[in-house]
Write a protein that binds this ligand. Sequence first.
Ligand code: NAD
Length: 260
Amino acid sequence: MKLQDKVAVVTGAASGIGRAIAQEFAREGAKVCIADLSGDAAATTAAEIEAGGGRAMAVAMDVSDEAQVDAGIARIVAAYGGVDILVSNAGIQIISPLVDFKFSDWRKLVAIHLDGAFLTTRACMRAMIQGGRGGTVLYMGSVHSHLASPLKAPYVAAKHALLGLAKVVAKEGAKDGIRANVICPGFVRTPLVDKQIPEQSLALGISEADVIKNVMLKDTVDGEFTTIQDVAQTAVFLASFPTNALTGQSITVSHGWHMQ
Ligand code: NAD
């Protein structure tokens, strides 16, 4: 058990990558807090974990809402006695050429990815410092933290910005034993990606099969999608790494699409 009795908050954990990380953390002995927009969806993931013998609680929160984040983290501290790990993972995708991008859509995406990362980090860092036992913050970046693609201006900008945030947390957190790192996956088949395959097909005027082969997986070494398990294993590795030697870094998990 690599995360025995650690309290882990995973945002966006009712679906996709976050759900897989929450399940893997629970298998490694963590007490997992499933933070997501819908309390019912979060409760379903928490119930699945408990049915498998793990420990989990559901917390409804919009990560871009300061009051909801602070109240949610306070509930977790009251229930589990602190926070050891934050995985800031909640996210959405909106695709459009930049010249047509609605400002309201730009703001919505940046609020979830960046305001959400800041607000959950601040609340969890406060709890970690108060607890006096250090902690780990993991950001769900993307290959788009390092590379750009057309049609994704706010997503690419926000994912790049997470690298900067992680480096500041690494510097400010070190004295309290708090580490911060970024996981940068390639394309993973989750609802977020399944939704954009037909959208990209329409926007680029190519078939859905061509979107997968010639856009999403074109530059991988083997034409394979990254899996939720690949990302969850990386999260366990980073969350259980014991010292400040590994902080302020990003690790890319993308079948060689991007090599740092
Ligand atoms: P997903 O759509 O399966 O899950 C996203 C979750 O975030 C959902 O449960 C949703 O309810 C939640 N969420 C959305 N807005 C929220 C908010 N305001 N507050 C709280 N929760 C909110 O998507 P996914 O593919 O699992 O994506 C998870 C993260 O991984 C995102 O940050 C995404 O950018 C990143 N990522 C995904 C891929 C991929 O290919 N799927 C690749 C690289 C990075």
